[in-house]
Design a protein around this ligand. Structure first.
Ligand code: SF4
Length: 112
């Protein structure tokens, strides 16, 4: 565990502020939230160095708005199975999100 925490390239890559892209790089909030969640950025944008899409300054923020909007339309709670994270499940979830985003994008293109 110690080796992973201190010597992992994946974790060391995101220490400090040098890895940040805009808008995080020049944002006054970066010392408070450190650019948000890297896992969330990767899951929703396929690039862990992107701004967390939950932030309204993210160019991917509309994706989060769409998910929240869709969730608020549900009238009944839907029971979901617990999916434990592992490499295969994370890739499958990322692919589902990618397919959903592509489908949403095509829907928007057809409406315009
Ligand atoms: S996630 Fe948003 S608020 Fe946080 S540092 Fe980046 S741009 Fe600023």
């Amino acid at each position: 565990m110690r080796e992973i925490w201190y010597e992992s390239d994946a974790l060391n890559r995101f220490r400090g502020f040098g890895w940040m892209k805009e808008p995080c790089r020049s944002c006054d909030e970066k010392t408070i939230d450190l650019g948000g969640c890297r896992c969330q950025a990767y899951l929703l944008t396929q690039d862990p160095a992107n701004t967390d899409p939950v932030c309204d300054k993210s160019s991917h923020h509309e994706r989060v708005i769409e998910v929240v909007r869709a969730a608020s339309k549900r009238t009944e709670a839907q029971e979901q199975p617990i999916v434990f994270r592992n490499d295969a499940n994370s890739r499958r979830i990322a692919a589902l999100n990618r397919d959903s985003r592509d489908s949403d994008s095509k829907d928007r293109e057809q409406k315009s």
